[in-house]
Design a protein around this ligand. Structure first.
Ligand SMILES: C=C(O[C@@H]1C=C(C(=O)O)C=C[C@H]1O)C(=O)O
Length: 103
């Protein structure tokens, strides 16, 4: 195991404190996003619209990939992350609409 030298522990604590703040922000942002998508799911169910909108997803992925590229984040990771979230949203929308996922 590498030895901790100088003020490495303090530096590690400082960085982890920043990571903890970022993780908290991510949780709050995701909670707000799911509140909005929940309302979209209810609106779609009321209007008889399908749970998924692949054309909208395609535009979001292209946009997020470009933003990730400009921000120095791996665009492939950004796409996987968004797809992971969208899959969960669609699952919620199917449940709201009473769609049986096994059907
Ligand atoms: C939220 C929507 O429903 C679905 C979920 C999306 C999302 O989480 O961003 C995008 C498109 C849809 O497949 C929507 O149509 O806007």
């Amino acid at each position: 195991m590498p030895r901790m030298t100088g003020d490495a522990p303090a530096e590690l604590l400082r960085l982890r404190s920043s990571i903890d703040n970022i993780d908290a922000a991510l949780v709050h942002l995701l909670a707000e996003r799911f509140k909005a998508t929940q309302q979209v799911g209810e609106l779609k169910a009321r209007s008889g619209m399908p749970p998924a909108d692949p054309a909208r997803e395609e535009r979001q992925i292209a946009r997020l990939r470009a933003l990730a590229h400009d921000a120095g984040l791996d665009p492939h990771f950004a796409e996987k992350f968004l797809n992971f979230i969208i899959a969960e949203v669609i699952r919620h929308h199917e449940a709201i609409a009473g769609v049986d996922p096994r059907a």
